[in-house]
Write a protein that binds this ligand. Structure first.
Ligand SMILES: NC(=O)c1ccc[n+]([C@@H]2O[C@H](COP(=O)([O-])OP(=O)(O)OC[C@H]3O[C@@H](n4cnc5c(N)ncnc54)[C@H](OP(=O)(O)O)[C@@H]3O)[C@@H](O)[C@H]2O)c1
Length: 249
């Protein structure tokens, strides 16, 4: 198959490229660093000509619902338009477990991305997964006030990006199926413990206090709303295994 990976230079996208190539598929990367801006659609249609499927792993690092909604609505609309014109038969979206139960902030934007996909006329599959193990590192880097790194009180069941990438390529190899079965990691973790373990592993100093995020989103993080349902598929790689494979600081 010939698979285009939107965001193919990102954390999960680069892994999707590796998995697809290892299985013998041709790949093409849609990212600004590869000369394709999906938000403005510059270079998009040419980049998709001859592709069989698109796996969308684009991202915008923001906590603003408005900014994220604009990004995911625009990029999804542009992808679907270009796919229709280029004759792409399958559009696959990576989303997040719980976006429909907590449609606020960034999650509201991911739900909007799913809605634009479902309303489009390219046959689609949406895979919702839980937070990546790498989420602890991303939050540590993004949320800091000098040496203080506040950590949201959050119950999560993180999954390894290699298992997410394998699942995305599995889905591209099959017929479009709408909502696919959710994918989560093997066990529940506490985000505060994950971030503290990450900081220790990397030799980073600082104060990592756990905070209660106010509002409906904060409540959902604390009360387990973002955990997978019992029928979700479970990956095998736990956070501790992922952490021990990361370079020490
Ligand atoms: N992090 C998590 O725990 C988690 C959990 C579940 C689902 N997800 C979902 O997984 C997806 C990928 O997340 P990630 O952390 O792997 O993302 P990431 O590392 O931030 O990578 C984002 C990718 O998007 C590309 N990109 C951004 N703007 C672009 C534009 N205008 N045109 C073309 N390419 C653009 C970037 O490449 P350039 O900069 O070169 O353009 C990069 O390849 C997201 O949709 C996220 O919601 C994440």
């Amino acid at each position: 198959m010939d698979i285009a990976i939107a965001g193919g230079t990102g954390v999960v996208g680069a892994e999707v490229v590796r998995v697809a190539q290892a299985r013998g598929h041709a790949t093409r990367v849609l990212s600004r660093s590869a000369g394709v801006d999906v938000r403005t659609a510059v270079g998009l249609e040419n980049a998709l000509r001859g592709a069989d499927a698109v796996i969308d792993t684009l991202n915008i690092p923001t906590l603003s619902e408005k900014t994220a909604k604009q990004f995911f609505r625009t990029t999804t609309t542009n992808l679907l338009d270009a796919e229709r014109r280029a004759g792409v038969a399958h559009h696959i979206v990576l989303s997040i477990v719980g976006v429909d139960r907590v449609p606020h902030g960034y999650y509201g934007a991911k739900l909007a991305q799913e809605e634009v996909t479902a309303a489009g006329d390219v046959p689609w599959t949406v895979l919702r997964v839980t937070q990546f193990h790498d989420f602890a590192a991303q939050m540590h880097a993004r949320l800091s006030f000098g040496p203080v790194h506040p950590i949201a009180h959050m119950r999560t069941q993180p999954v390894d990006v290699t298992e997410v990438a394998q699942r995305l390529v599995d889905l591209a190899e099959r017929a479009p199926q709408g909502r696919a079965r959710d994918l989560a990691g093997p066990r529940e973790e506490d985000l505060a413990e994950m971030m503290r373990a990450w900081a220790r592993h990397r030799g980073m100093r600082g104060w990592l206090p756990r905070i209660r995020v106010p509002g409906a989103f904060g409540r959902a993080m604390r009360d387990g709303t973002l955990l997978p349902a019992p029928d979700a598929e479970r990956g095998r790689i736990a956070f501790s295994q992922w952490l021990s494979a990361q370079p020490e600081g």
